[in-house]
Design a protein around this ligand. Structure first.
Ligand SMILES: [Zn+2]
Length: 194
């Protein structure tokens, strides 16, 4: 075999190897493409399912009256058609150290009217939040008035008891003691008597 023949054989061999490598690479590429396509299809399916679920949830929420078709939460005020954009109103208890000390000594908790903390889900529309605040203020004023009235009534009762009830209750108990054969003995008398 001379040099020309060897060169031709080598060239044919090289072409064969090149073709085989190309075919293998092409097959691998095809396989990867098929895998990507399958994954994309799976993801699309999942996405469609999630979207359908979200649509159904929104539909249910709209039917229940808690949300608007735009996806916004609806104002909690009955029959208000607007979106809730403002936080709800709460009675906030004083939580400073002075409040704590006051409560330790038996003072009743003091409340103020406040909007819910920032970051909480809105409850009311722009127009109804100020109205809710006024309603809460009015109710808190009534609460204070009730508390003051109760305290005044209790003080009046206590004063009445001091003047009238104290002696009459003592007499009543003394009478009961007499009926049971006992007698009232002071502490000094007890000491003397041993
Ligand atoms: Zn509203």
């Amino acid at each position: 075999m001379d040099l020309d023949h060897l060169t031709v054989l080598f060239a044919i061999g090289a072409v064969c190897v090149f073709i085989m490598v190309t075919v293998l690479l092409y097959q691998r590429h095809k396989k990867e493409q098929a895998r990507f396509a399958l994954e994309a299809e799976k993801n699309d399916k999942l996405q469609t399912q999630l979207e359908a679920k979200a649509r159904q949830a929104l539909k249910d929420a709209v039917e229940a009256g808690t949300h608007l078709p735009t996806g916004h939460k609806r104002c909690l005020v009955e029959e208000c058609p607007l979106a809730a954009t403002k936080p709800g109103i709460v009675f906030a208890r004083g939580e400073g150290w002075q409040d704590y000390v006051k409560r330790l000594f038996g003072a009743p908790p003091r409340y103020t009217v406040k909007a819910k903390k920032k970051g909480t889900e809105p409850d009311l529309c722009e127009g109804h939040q100020p109205l809710a605040r006024e309603v809460a203020k009015e109710r808190l004023a009534r609460h204070e008035q009730k508390r003051v009235t109760l305290m005044m009534e209790e003080e009046a009762e206590l004063a009445h008891f001091e003047h009238v009830g104290l002696i009459s209750r003592t007499s009543e108990l003394a009478k009961k003691a007499r009926e049971m054969g006992g007698r009232v003995v002071s502490i000094q008398q007890r000491r003397v008597g041993g």
